[in-house]
Design a protein around this ligand. Structure first.
Ligand code: MEV
Length: 315
């Protein structure tokens, strides 16, 4: 039996890090996808083929013995094999258009498409059930995940998300283009989130004040999105970046990229965990090309993306 699924990457427009502490975040799915095919095999083994690495292993191994990048797939395959057919094995193939480890949701898209393809070999599940499996799989590499990334990769579009009340789609008329630039500095979400936690522990009052300000900012963005007010959204992007600077997830290179992008776009900020990875700039057809040129002139790799409204697809 064979099953294929594909899921989009994502951009956090507002609220990364603060979302871990209960603040609302605004995210969107982007038109770069990961496709995963799973099929049962007669031999009792789990085989994973991908550009990030390969694995052939017996089932029931402790997860700590599995390469961290491939852990979610192994976890999901092992769980499904033990549940539905413990004598069989599974072969998983991963094909990705999303750059890895740069804050564009490669690992959450892997967990979502992986959960759908791997479970799909045995049983049909709802998107909600797949999301829960995906979050469980993501926790094998990143135990403190807010769940926001997997949620937007599952449902697509633009959404607001908070840990308590979950997610809801934002129906916005806003016609914007997102320009993404890659700092090429590797970042490790788990470490950055843990550093932010240390900052919070040492600066409880300050951190809580920034969370309140972020919350107000996001409420304002929701109004701007309804009114298609790109200038208003841009002002809030710049403000949000200031909050990210305060909690220590920026650096000189990211600041330089943001400064360049701010010259022509409505506003630019880090997206995702920060410290490395990508920034994005909000543009429309009047300033998208200028923003791309400005960044390219300075040797930054950049590209534009559109919003993905499909979310998880199964075949
Ligand atoms: C990482 O893409 C986003 C963070 O807010 C962590 C999370 O939400 O789990 C930094």
């Amino acid at each position: 039996m064979k099953s294929t699924a594909s899921a989009p990457g994502k951009i956090i427009l507002f609220g990364e890090h603060f979302v871990v502490y209960g603040v609302k975040a605004i995210l969107c799915a982007i038109n770069k996808r990961i496709t995963i095919t799973a099929k049962t095999i007669s031999e009792n083994k789990i085989s994973i083929k991908s550009s990030i690495g390969n694995l052939v292993s017996a089932p029931k191994r402790p997860l700590t013995e599995v390469d961290i990048q491939l852990r979610p797939f192994y976890f999901l395959a092992d769980k499904m094999i033990q549940k539905y057919d413990e004598k069989s094995g599974m072969e998983i193939t991963i094909d990705s258009e999303i750059p890895i480890g740069v804050g564009l949701g490669s690992s959450s898209a892997c967990c979502v498409a992986g959960a759908a393809a791997i479970s799909g070999v045995f049983i049909e599940k709802s998107k909600e059930e797949i999301l829960q499996m995906a979050i469980e799989a993501e926790k094998t590499i990143f135990p403190n995940t807010s769940g926001a990334d997997c949620t937007v990769c599952t449902f697509g579009g633009i959404m607001q998300y908070d840990k308590k009340t979950g997610h809801s789609k934002i129906d916005s008329e806003a016609k914007f283009h997102l320009v993404i630039a890659n700092s090429k500095i590797a970042h490790y979400t788990k470490e950055v989130v843990s550093n932010v936690n240390q900052f919070k522990e040492k600066n409880e009052e300050r951190f809580s004040k920034i969370c309140n300000e972020e919350n107000n900012l996001i409420n304002d963005v929701l109004v701007c999105l309804k009114k298609n007010d790109l200038k208003g959204i841009g002002i809030n992007i710049i403000k949000n970046q200031e909050y990210l600077e305060l909690i220590g997830v920026s650096n000189a290179k990211l600041r330089n990229m943001i400064e360049l992008a701010n010259k022509s776009s409505f506003g630019a900020k880090i997206t995702g965990a920060g410290v490395g990875g990508c920034i994005f700039a909000l543009t429309d057809e009047t300033n998208m090309e200028d923003t791309i040129q400005q960044l390219r002139k300075n040797d930054y790799e950049c590209f534009s993306v559109k919003i993905d409204f499909r979310g998880l697809d199964t075949f």
